[in-house]
Design a protein around this ligand. Structure first.
Ligand SMILES: C[S@@+](CC[C@H](N)C(=O)[O-])C[C@H]1O[C@@H](n2cnc3c(N)ncnc32)[C@H](O)[C@@H]1O
Length: 217
């Protein structure tokens, strides 16, 4: 798992920039972690920009129950933050797609962090995330319930980035962590070439990169 966002790092500053620009009312975060990383970046930005917390909500989704519980206790002081336990969406890459992606990275992007891990390790992570999706299958994906939404931050499972993106196309602003990784590479490429979206900013040197896009049509 990629470490949490840290105060004043590139992703933290990207979140701050987007909140200042869009002044969103309904924000969805996929991948809360313990609530001490990117969630804190949103909280700081909401407070710093004096957004009306009577009408602003930060809904944050975490699939791992223990992490969710930790986040609930870390976030209890902010009523506008609503932690949810569940998976963002039910779609996950196929095993074949994961193998192909790993091959692509080995051949074409050997400098990516993903290249540091063995195929065996990556497939173990994949199998664990498949199990999580299966467990939550009956309840369904959480993202659909939030449509329409103003802003979404996609930082959940490494293997569901595309599926998560499909569930939140109404968002006026989409922020992606891990653009140079299996998690959000395909979403990043799609948004760069889709005429409905315009790049706001990106940080390519930061960890696995992060980027934000606005919807223009
Ligand atoms: C990289 S961490 C998120 C870190 C956090 N956004 C931050 O920067 O502070 C990814 C989180 O997504 C959670 N996760 C994994 N699969 C998920 C899914 N399908 N839906 C929602 N969350 C998921 C993991 O348990 C993990 O806590």
């Amino acid at each position: 798992m990629t470490p949490e966002v840290v105060k004043n790092d590139a992703c933290w500053n990207l979140i701050a920039k987007c909140v200042a620009e869009f002044k969103p009312q309904k924000i969805i975060e996929v991948g809360t972690g313990t609530g001490m990383g990117s969630t804190q970046a949103f909280i700081s930005a909401i407070i710093d920009n004096k957004l009306n917390v009577e009408v602003t909500t930060l809904n944050t989704i975490e699939a791992d129950y223990n992490r969710y519980k930790e986040a609930v206790s870390n976030l209890v002081d902010h009523e506008f933050v609503i932690p949810w336990h569940g998976v963002a969406s039910l779609g996950i890459m196929s095993e074949k797609e994961v193998h192909s992606f790993i091959d692509m990275v080995r051949m074409e992007r050997p400098n990516w962090n993903l290249a540091l891990y063995t195929e065996k390790q990556i497939m173990e992570w994949y199998k664990a995330d498949c199990e999580t999706i299966k467990e939550h299958g009956k309840i369904g994906g959480q993202l659909e319930a939030f449509d329409p939404m103003d802003m979404v931050f996609l930082d959940g499972s490494a293997f569901t980035g595309w599926s998560d993106f499909l569930a939140c196309k109404s968002a006026k602003c989409i922020i992606l962590d891990d653009i140079f990784d299996i998690k959000n590479w395909s979403v990043y490429c799609e948004l760069l070439t889709n005429s409905k979206y315009k790049l706001i900013a990106r940080y390519q040197e930061y960890r696995n990169g992060c980027a934000a896009f606005r919807r223009v049509a």
